[in-house]
Design a binder for this molecule. Sequence first.
Ligand SMILES: [Zn+2]
Length: 395
Amino acid sequence: MDRQIHRQRAWKRAGLALLVGMALAAAMASFGAGWFAMLPLVAMVWGAGIALHRAGAVPVIVYHSISPDAGWLPWSQNTSVRPEVFERHMTVLARMGWTVLSREAFQGARARGLRLPAKSVMIHFDDGYLDNWVAAVPILRKYGAPATIFVSSDFIDASQSRRPTIDETPTDWRGYMNAAELRALDADPLIEIACHGADHARVAVSSDIVDTLSEANWRQHAPLFWNNSEDKSRWFEATEPALPYGNLVRQNDSALTSPSWTEAGIETKAVFEARVRASLIRARHLLKDVLGRDIDFLCWPYDRVTNASALIAREVGFETLTGGRGENREGEDPCLLSRTHINDFAAGPGSLWVEELVFRAKLGVAAGHYWWMPVTALARRRRARFLPSPKGPGA
Ligand SMILES: [Zn+2]
């Protein structure tokens, strides 16, 4: 069942328990029960606490870029985390006794019906940024935390030149990992490289106009035309868009989950499915060429998925998919992972202490401790006030 429904129901039950507690306390007080009138209230607060905890959820926390300088990414505000904040998150996991599981460990335990540690978590990175190699992996190794890194095959950097390593301070944090780096990480038992589609593209889905291409906004809309770039992994070096300024930006969505709109009409179901199938097969083959092994784990770009696309993905050999709407509990499909996005400045500008608190709250909610939800809601509201979401699709 959808996690939002579980969470709403839990809060309704907790609210009801508190109301009953208050009503009983008021009734007992009116009969002169004195301090004893507090007993039902205390009991119902305890009951509300029980209603707001549903054990057994396994959070999958999702990062993208880990960088002190991610300004080259137009959507960095929502997808980049400073290394010191990421490290703080890892210290929280270590200090609070969380077990970080690899995908393999999680699915192995589920397949054998084994009980997982109460505080189990998985870590994902989307997009395959160079900064994962430079900054994230050294921190993961320091804490012995396994993770899966999802790579879009068209964005694998073509360079073979010497690149920054953990022992150097890089001068350029921009771009994506190259094949040698991906192979080196895939050989590390802590890291799994998996598929994030081939082109991470978006397509127009209707004639509705959402923006007009300008000097100020074209980078935000880059996913609409980065298929026109010669070397997609260096798309950010372009000084102007592949389409002329003034071009209308139509309502758009992930190319892997939406039939494409053109002036001639909407793609038919058969054409759409053939396009998605071809794209996923290409992604799988390209990544196999780089890593020398079959890839069976797909993470949907933009976290967008439909039943039709999921069916095609399974047909072409992806056994594990992201895009679930549950909480990775026993009884849910262990090959359909539900994820929680982690961002920086989680409550707007604040100290590392605030980042830690909001991280603990997000982790808590994802693990089934719904009483953390007021903290995550407040953080979200404060963040939206200080960091209004930029236009554009994100990553
Ligand atoms: Zn992505």
